[in-house]
Ligand binder design. Structure first.
Ligand SMILES: [Zn+2]
Length: 149
């Protein structure tokens, strides 16, 4: 099977989030058959919800659609390194593979900070692929924060 990246869809969600005034981060969950199970962008401001990160919203939607608290065999694409909260949710959801774009030295929880998947309390570790289309993700974030300074 040829690898097909779904990061372009995550980037679309990130752009849409930025246009809503949210931090531009987008995520997409792909089912084992290659169909898009859920896609989401950050909505923390809109929902007044600090947990409404793109990954959390996408996991909630995919689980609801599947009628399951777990998403075995599913892949998650996100434009930015997941924070510790999202990394924990990704593990709990039993996501098989995580693809992310830009590194997040400030708030990331995969390659930085809490490094959730390396912790011995982490019961499910997805395969992790970083730096997937990192450039456009970084540029979106840079432009967003430059505008707010
Ligand atoms: Zn997060």
């Amino acid at each position: 099977m040829v690898f097909r990246s779904y990061m372009d869809i995550a980037l679309e969600e990130a752009r849409a989030a930025g246009e809503r005034g949210e931090v531009p981060v987008g995520a997409v969950i792909v089912a084992p058959d290659g169909t898009v199970a859920a896609r989401a962008g950050n909505r923390t401001r809109e929902l007044n919800d600090p947990t409404a990160h793109a990954e959390i919203l996408a996991i909630r939607a995919a689980c609801a659609a599947l009628g399951s608290e777990r998403l075995p065999g599913h892949d998650l694409y996100v434009t930015l390194e997941p924070c510790p909260m999202c990394a924990t949710a990704i593990s709990a959801a039993r996501i098989a593979r995580l693809y992310y774009g830009a590194a997040d030295p400030k708030s990331g929880g995969v390659a930085h900070g809490a490094r959730i998947f390396s912790h011995r309390q982490c019961h499910h570790v997805p395969e992790v692929y970083d730096h997937i289309d990192a450039k456009p993700s970084e540029e979106l974030l840079k432009a967003f924060f430059a505008e707010r300074r």
